[in-house]
Design a protein around this ligand. Structure first.
Ligand SMILES: *[C@@H]1O[C@H](CO)[C@@H](O)[C@H](O)[C@H]1NC(C)=O
Ligand SMILES: *[C@@H]1O[C@H](CO)[C@@H](O)[C@H](O)[C@H]1NC(C)=O
Ligand SMILES: *[C@@H]1O[C@H](CO)[C@@H](O)[C@H](O)[C@H]1NC(C)=O
Ligand SMILES: *[C@@H]1O[C@H](CO)[C@@H](O)[C@H](O)[C@H]1NC(C)=O
Length: 223
């Protein structure tokens, strides 16, 4: 019985050293909470971007070094964002030109672009455009090869995160309602991977009643 008890105490002590012996974290937590903290569960996490403080059994999370280089890492370009150590957000300016399309069916078509300042995925066609900065061309005469040559003005006035989503849509003008001809949705990084900045990119149109490609030009200027 005595041996068993001693064993139990010993393993508990080892566990405390292994999991909870972070004196810097404990000191920081004490200064933040003005109370003593439990050693187990009091620790720096995620390259010191997150601090966990175990105050009498309740663990409080703190986001540390927000926007600064991750303190736990040695020679890195990563920064602390929301308690995680991640690659820094790259910002830049984008210019978009909707040049033309090459379609299976001749239609009177216009193109529409939705620029979102995030990578959030969209369903085509986009129904709720509240998070979009949009730009639209005029309706081109009926053709399988509508030509717009429209440069979206204004989008280069804002800075965008490089993981922004750009969605191109082709709409067909009908007598009553306009019909969705097809679209393509990519991140700026993916668009740039199609070719150098400021070169024509051919995007396959999907999910609409037409098919073919839209030619666009995207110029990305890092901040
Ligand atoms: C820090 O970087 C040096 C040089 O690259 C390396 O030798 C060392 O192991 C690194 N230390 C840690 C904690 O990653
Ligand atoms: C830390 O950042 C995350 C992600 O942004 C957020 O959800 C959380 O509320 C933040 N925690 C504190 C304590 O500010
Ligand atoms: C559209 O999206 C915004 C932001 O996500 C939301 O607040 C709004 O309720 C949505 N509107 C509709 C009609 O779904
Ligand atoms: C996009 O997000 C970045 C980072 O949060 C911000 O600096 C920038 O102003 C935003 N741009 C637009 C157009 O909302």
């Amino acid at each position: 019985m005595n041996t068993l008890f001693a064993c139990f105490v010993a393993s508990l002590a080892v566990a405390q050293v292994a999991l909870g012996d972070d004196p810097l974290a404990a000191a920081k937590c004490r200064s933040l909470h003005h109370v003593d903290v439990e050693p187990v569960g009091t620790q720096y996490m995620n390259q010191n971007c997150e601090l966990d403080c175990n105050v009498h059994g309740t663990v409080y999370h703190h986001n540390m070094s927000e926007g600064l280089a991750c303190p736990g890492l040695n020679a890195t370009k990563n920064v602390c964002i929301g308690g995680k150590c991640v690659a820094p957000i790259k910002l830049g300016y984008i210019d978009i030109e909707m040049s033309s399309a090459s379609l299976a069916k001749a239609v009177s078509a216009y193109a529409d672009v939705c620029l979102q300042n995030s990578s959030t995925t969209v369903e085509l066609p986009i129904v709720n455009r509240t998070t979009c900065v949009t730009c639209q061309t005029k309706v081109a005469p009926t053709s399988t090869n509508p030509i717009w040559g429209v440069v979206c003005t204004g989008s280069h006035n804002f800075q965008w995160v490089q993981e922004s989503r750009v969605t191109f849509e082709l709409w067909e003008q009908g007598s009553g309602k306009n019909t969705f001809g097809g679209g393509a949705s990519l991140l700026i990084t993916e668009l740039l991977a199609h070719g150098d900045s400021h070169k024509s990119i051919q995007l396959s149109l999907a999910r609409g009643d037409n098919s073919g490609k839209m030619t666009v030009m995207v110029t990305w200027t890092p901040k």
